[in-house]
Ligand binder design. Structure first.
Ligand code: C2E
Ligand code: MG
Ligand code: MG
Ligand code: MG
Length: 284
C-alpha cells in the first residue's frame, strides 16, 4: 500500500511513540531484575511410561507494577537487546538452583539465551553458582536453542565442552523450529532433544508433523539422546508420542507452570503414592 503524504506524519508519530515505549520498558526491565518484580514458576516434565516427574523447567515471569504481567517472549528478547540479560540470567540461575535443592530426584532445566551463553567465562559462572547454592552439577540441565550455534560453530562446541566439564547436562530446546542443518546440530554434545511444540500441536491434523516427530525420535534415540516433547495438551497427542518412543512429556496436560512450593507438594504426593503402592504390593 502506498502511504499518502497526508498520513505520513501520523505513522511517524506512532513509530516515535513505540520507540519511546520500548525505551521505557527497557528501563523498567533493568529495574525489575533487582526489584523483586521477577519471579520463577516451574513446569514438571513427566516420564512417558510412569507419568512421574523426572524434570522441572524454570520459567521466568515479570509482573510490571502498572502494566501487569509481561510474557517472556517479550521481555527476554528485550533483555538480550539491552544487556539486562546478564542480571536476569543470574537471578534465574541462582533462584532456580536454590529452589531445586529440595527436589532431590529431578533434573532442573534452566533456559539460557544466546547472549548469556556467549558471555566470557560462562562455564565458570555456572560452576560458581552451583558451588554457592549447593546444587550438584548433575542435577542441572541447561536448555540451549540453535540460534546460539549459528554464529560460530567451533566456538559453541568449545563452550559446550567446558559446560560438560562442569558436569551439567545440555538440552537442545525447540528442536525443529529453526533452520540449522541437522548434521551441524547433532554433531554437538547434547544429552537431550526437546521437540518443538509446533509439531506436537499439529499431530492431530498433519501427516507431515507426525512424520517429522518419528524422524526426530529415531535420530535422537540412535544418537543416545533423551527425547522430550513440548506442549502436550491432549490424550491423542500423548498416545501418539508414547508410541513414537518419546521418553518424556512437557505440557499443560500434565502440569501448568506453578510456584516452587507447588512443585514441592507435587513431588511429595508422588513419593507418597510410590510408598503406598510398595506397601500394598508387600501386603498382597
Ligand atoms: P521454552 O523454553 O520453550 O518454554 C516452554 C514454553 O511453553 C513456556 O512458555 C511454557 O509455559 C509453554 N508451554 C508448556 N506447555 C505448554 C502447552 O501444553 N501448551 C502451550 N500452548 N504452551 C505450553 P513461557 O513460560 O511463556 O516461555 C516462553 C519462552 O520464553 C520459553 O520457551 C523460553 O524460550 C523463554 N524463557 C522463559 N523463561 C526464561 C528464562 O528464565 N531465561 C531465558 N533465557 N528464556 C526464558
Ligand atoms: Mg525451555
Ligand atoms: Mg522449548
Ligand atoms: Mg518453545
Amino acid at each position: 500500500i502506498k502511504s499518502s503524504p497526508r498520513r505520513r506524519p501520523l505513522m511517524f508519530k506512532l513509530l516515535r511513540r513505540e520507540t519511546r515505549d520500548h525505551e521505557q520498558l527497557s528501563k523498567d526491565l533493568r529495574r525489575a531484575a533487582t526489584n523483586g518484580e521477577l519471579r520463577l514458576v516451574y513446569q514438571a516434565i513427566v516420564d512417558a511410561r510412569s507419568e512421574e516427574t523426572v524434570a522441572v523447567e524454570a520459567l521466568c515471569r515479570w509482573r510490571h507494577p502498572t502494566r501487569g504481567d509481561i510474557g517472556p517472549n517479550v521481555f527476554i528478547p528485550l533483555a538480550e537487546e539491552t544487556g539486562t540479560i546478564a542480571a536476569l540470567g543470574e537471578f534465574v540461575l541462582r533462584q532456580a538452583c536454590l529452589d531445586a535443592r529440595s527436589w532431590p530426584n529431578v533434573i532442573l532445566s534452566v533456559n539460557v539465551s544466546p547472549k548469556q551463553f556467549e558471555s566470557p567465562h560462562f562455564a565458570d559462572k555456572i560452576r560458581r553458582t552451583l558451588l554457592e547454592t549447593g546444587l550438584p552439577p548433575t542435577r542441572l540441565e541447561l536448555e540451549l536453542t540453535e540460534n546460539l550455534l549459528i554464529a560460530d560453530f567451533d566456538h559453541a562446541a568449545e563452550k559446550m565442552r567446558a559446560l560438560q566439564d562442569v558436569g551439567v547436562r545440555l538440552a537442545l530446546d525447540d528442536f525443529g523450529a529453526g533452520y540449522s542443518s541437522l548434521n551441524y546440530l547433532l554433531s554437538l554434545p547434547f544429552d537431550k532433544l526437546k521437540i518443538d511444540r509446533l509439531f506436537v500441536s499439529k499431530i492431530d491434523t498433519g501427516a507431515a508433523s507426525a512424520a517429522i516427530i518419528h524422524a526426530i525420535v529415531s535420530i535422537g534415540r540412535a544418537l543416545g539422546m533423551h527425547v522430550t516433547a513440548e506442549g502436550v495438551e491432549t490424550a491423542e497427542q500423548q498416545q501418539f508420542l508414547k508410541v513414537a518412543g518419546v521418553h518424556s512429556f512437557q505440557g499443560f496436560r500434565f502440569c501448568v507452570p506453578v510456584a516452587a512450593v507447588e512443585i514441592s507438594e507435587r513431588l511429595a504426593a508422588e513419593d507418597q503414592a510410590r510408598a503406598d503402592a510398595l506397601r500394598q504390593r508387600a501386603r498382597a
